[in-house]
Design a binder for this molecule. Sequence first.
Ligand SMILES: [Zn+2]
Length: 109
Amino acid sequence: MNSQHLKNTRRLLLIALVMVCFAAFGSQAQAQSKKKFKQKTKAKTTAVTTAKPGQVLICTSKTTKTYHKKKCAGLARCKTKTSSLALAVASKTRKPCKICYPKGKAKKK
Ligand SMILES: [Zn+2]
């Protein structure tokens, strides 16, 4: 009778130990996944805010007719998605943004 009681106590202790282990592991895994998510979002923002060489950023809205060098105030006003486009393609249908391409620095024709 006494040994049976001891068995039960041991079993409860074991269950409690396992639960503590799971809780500790779970929170650790969660922290790691959060870290990964942070890194991912950071990489994504850098990809969107700066255009690759030979590429420009555009607002996909049909009403905008400008292209941008970087994520400037003009592009921040874009309510739709922003995407990158080759400069040669963008310059055919769009004009350079006045903020990204100040008149003084523009090449004279
Ligand atoms: Zn701009």
